[in-house]
Design a protein around this ligand. Structure first.
Ligand code: ASP
Length: 339
């Protein structure tokens, strides 16, 4: 009999790990052992080890905590890793892990939308699916090519593409640009696609050892009739409120309101400022529209074009670039590879 793969579960917290307090409100509480105990089938799929890393909602996780998690994952001698956490920042944390880990084994991130006190909680099913994906021979063979994977509701997504697209529904996750890498049915993982990861891999090489201290990155969402006065206030504030970089979630193919241009350009002169599509990802224009508020002029003015990355993921990449001490030219090159 072939031995089962050794899968290490690291529990961070989140809805999947909540339990009701005396008022009925859900509070963080369950640890990794509790999550594993709720799914007896796990033992048939893999040799399971479980470790509680923290009991926090993912809305309160930090970049530093995910760097520490990546270091822990690197130190494990196992065949695969499953991280359980909250859904709120899964699209960011999984991408950060993808940028930090040079993988030879599957690393899967999963979570739950429905808490354990509800009638049909998805945590146990998602954990089982995540372990199935981590233990799957195709996934293990292609671990480096797949990168970090998010598993939710019987679908597996590339960390660079996965988005949380609904605040409460069970089917809250999607890869809107590429679709899932695999689906689960019965006890099988059915492969669908390998992701295109050249840009992630190129970034990871330059980011190796991104061990410096946190480099706060501000996120500005462009909206109708906004002159971006908050940017001006930030630039005028002492030490720019501590921000070292910025991401602008721009309209359409990379546009801002004309009345915001002055502040946007000042921001780009003051710190690395990445433009990313507020439409939620997808390559932006580079050479179509004229005018001071559009791609040609903004690129000439020093705005860094974020490619197809969603603004949240662009922010994760910029923070990591700054933490690694990369120069501006290298940052431009890394983002440029995203299309
Ligand atoms: N606020 C929770 C968290 O991200 C939500 C969840 O887990 O779904 O930790």
């Amino acid at each position: 009999m072939t031995s089962k793969p050794r899968i290490h579960i690291l529990a961070l917290g989140g809805t999947i790990a909540t339990r009701p307090d005396s008022s009925g409100a859900m509070q963080m509480g369950l640890g990794a052992d509790d999550l594993v105990a709720a799914v007896p089938l796990l033992k048939e799929v893999a040799e399971i080890a479980a470790e509680t890393v923290s009991r926090v909602g993912s809305h309160s996780l930090s970049f530093d905590q995910i760097h520490a998690l990546a270091a822990k994952i690197r130190s494990l001698q196992v065949d695969g890793v499953v991280v359980t956490q909250g859904t709120d920042t899964l699209e960011e944390t999984s991408f950060l892990l993808d940028l930090l880990l040079d993988l030879e084994i599957p690393v899967i991130v999963t979570a739950a939308m429905r808490n354990p006190a509800l009638t049909s909680p998805d945590g146990p099913g998602n954990l089982l699916a995540a372990v199935r994906v981590a233990a799957d021979p195709w996934v293990r063979r292609n671990a480096a090519a797949l990168g970090v994977i998010a598993v939710m509701l019987d679908e597996a997504y590339a960390a660079s593409d996965v988005l949380k697209v609904h605040p409460t529904r069970l089917n809250a996750f999607a890869s809107t640009q590429t679709g899932p890498l695999a689906v689960l049915v019965e006890d099988r993982v059915v492969p669908l696609a390998l992701p295109v990861r050249e840009a992630v891999v190129a970034a990871r090489r330059k980011l190796a050892g991104a061990s410096g201290k946190a480099q706060p990155v501000a996120l500005f969402w462009m909206s109708l009739d906004d002159e971006a006065a908050l940017m001006a206030m930030m630039l005028a504030a002492s030490d720019r409120l501590g921000y070292r970089g910025a991401v602008i979630a721009a309209m359409g193919g990379g546009h801002v309101p004309e009345r915001a241009v002055e502040n946007v350009v000042r921001l780009a002169q003051a710190m690395p400022t990445v433009v990313s599509p507020r439409a939620g990802g997808g390559p932006m224009l580079r050479k179509t529209y004229g005018g001071p508020n559009a791609e040609i002029a903004l690129r000439e003015a020093g705005l860094i074009w974020g490619g197809r990355l969603h603004p949240l993921k662009a922010r994760v990449l910029l923070e990591t670039c700054l933490r690694a001490g990369l120069d501006r030219a290298t940052i431009v090159e890394l983002f440029d590879a995203f299309g």
